[in-house]
Ligand binder design. Structure first.
Ligand SMILES: *[C@@H]1O[C@H](CO)[C@@H](O)[C@H](O)[C@H]1NC(C)=O
Ligand SMILES: *[C@@H]1O[C@H](CO)[C@@H](O)[C@H](O)[C@H]1NC(C)=O
Ligand SMILES: *[C@@H]1O[C@H](CO)[C@@H](O)[C@H](O)[C@H]1NC(C)=O
Ligand SMILES: *[C@@H]1O[C@H](CO)[C@@H](O)[C@H](O)[C@H]1NC(C)=O
Length: 420
């Protein structure tokens, strides 16, 4: 597999991508599309991780356009909430690594430490000496410029400083725009980051979720199915100038959350499918755990190693503990080879993350000295890696370098067609 040169080829990427994405049925012949092992039987859908993070500063206008041009099926935003109640897109709850905030003297005094509960089992996370989205107003956020994290030396750094942080509304407008401009639908898949942190000090408990729901509804990607306290959001002045879609059709939508209470709330209040992001919850990887998740989640998304080394080895590697008896009672840990079948049999689709661009270490537990947690699968190439997951029948994948992933997806589809 050829390695894409991010520096030389923004334009040529776009051309290649147009070729790849122009036809969602790549073999434009009379033969029926080959059947994949996914729940729908269709090809695995590619989610552009934070847009197209491999080439552009993440979550920027450039990153989202790049993801669209490369033919992503979904374009991912992560949501945070400013002090004055604006939803913005940013991965972390804080702004240090990916913006120029450390170089803005007027904002220096806003640096702090914070602790919050980040999962339903009550685990806490503390972050030191950072600038938190929740402490800044939108006006202050507007002073910032997004940078490619500097440790990723192989990614282009020369777009640093071009883009500002977008609001959730602006993200939705961008996706609307690319849908119209490129004449094909794109899915929106917002992740609500750390609801316990963003709901802290607000007028009521699900303030963050309700604001996200009202915004997504406004743009046509959600219907509200249960009462929401709109009176608490009269200050949410959503843009009235929606660009007309014309003949364009909006793509699908899905929520994501690591917080299972929040995920359940989103499922109960909208008709939008929910992605349960599950990594360090041992119970979730048992048959009874999947039954519980199936009560509200349509998609289970987890770290890709869990499909390879299995939940137990993965959890041990991260020093997560559990009660053996509880896990036994829930049916025991599901073996990695059975994970997709067990999920699909409950109507749950699977979405592993994150598949990096081929310049980055694939980061399986292969090199780990700890034999117990050693992965059975150490791919030598991007093709070997992706084909393993395509064979398994995962329904979605969070990817970086979307062109590379979609080119390999096309090759896999051709192989299936030839084998049929
Ligand atoms: C954050 O915590 C560290 C370590 O306890 C401490 O040295 C520092 O002063 C704290 N920073 C702020 C802004 O409170
Ligand atoms: C969407 O497209 C319109 C028309 O080209 C443009 O004016 C607007 O700025 C775009 N919105 C975003 C958020 O990029
Ligand atoms: C909202 O409901 C309408 C009418 O049932 C339906 O056509 C539309 O697809 C729904 N939209 C979303 C985003 O679920
Ligand atoms: C797990 O615990 C061991 C022993 O305390 C430690 O050496 C290791 O770094 C921990 N692993 C992780 C991923 O935190």
């Amino acid at each position: 597999m050829r390695v894409w040169s991010p520096i030389a080829s923004t334009a040529s990427l776009a051309v290649t991508a147009a070729t790849v994405s122009a036809s969602s049925t790549p073999l434009a012949s009379a033969s029926p599309a080959p059947k994949w092992n996914t729940l729908s039987g269709k090809m695995t859908r590619l989610v552009g991780h934070r847009g197209e993070k491999a080439f552009m500063p993440e979550h920027s206008l450039g990153s989202y356009w790049q993801a669209a041009l490369e033919g992503a099926d979904y374009i991912e935003p992560d949501l945070g909430l400013t002090k004055d109640g604006h939803l913005i897109v940013n991965h972390n709850e804080y702004l240090g690594g990916t913006t120029n905030i450390a170089r803005i003297p007027e904002l220096a005094h806003l640096k702090s430490n914070k602790t919050w509960v980040y999962d339903v089992d009550g685990r806490e996370k503390t972050v030191y000496n950072e600038w938190f989205v929740a402490d800044l107003t939108l006006e202050q956020i507007r002073m910032l410029r997004i940078n490619q994290a500097s440790e990723y030396t192989w990614r282009p750094q020369h777009f640093n400083g071009y883009f500002g942080i977008l609001t959730f509304e602006e993200y939705l407008q961008v996706v609307r725009n690319v849908t119209i401009e490129l004449g094909r639908p794109f899915g929106v898949i917002p992740e609500l980051k750390s609801p316990t942190l963003y709901n802290r000090g607000r007028s009521y408990d699900r303030y963050f979720e309700d604001r996200a729901i009202l915004t997504l509804e406004h743009y046509g990607w959600a219907n509200i199915t249960r009462w929401i306290n709109r009176d608490q959001h009269i200050d949410l002045r959503l843009s009235v100038k929606l660009r007309p879609l014309g003949t364009a059709v909006l793509g699908p939508s899905a929520w994501q959350s690591f917080d299972m209470d929040s995920a359940r709330y989103l499922a109960q209040h909208t008709d939008v499918p929910v992605v349960a992001l599950v990594e360090q919850l041992p119970w979730a990887f048992t048959p009874a755990g999947l039954d519980r998740l199936a009560g509200f989640a349509k998609i289970l998304s987890t770290w890709k190693d869990i499909f390879v080394a299995g939940p137990e080895a993965y959890l041990r590697h991260y020093n997560i503990t559990w009660d053996e008896q509880d896990i036994e009672q829930m049916g025991g840990f599901i073996a990695p080879k059975d994970l997709v079948r067990e999920a699909h049999s409950r109507g749950i689709e699977l979405s592993p993350y994150t598949f990096y661009d081929s310049r980055q270490d694939m980061a399986y537990m292969c090199q780990d000295d700890n034999v117990e947690s050693k992965s059975k699968f150490c791919p030598k190439s991007k093709a070997e890696e992706l084909f393993y997951f395509f064979d398994m029948g995962v329904d979605y994948m969070f990817v970086e370098n979307i062109v590379e992933a979609s080119t390999l997806r096309l090759q896999y589809d051709n192989q299936l067609a030839q084998a049929a």
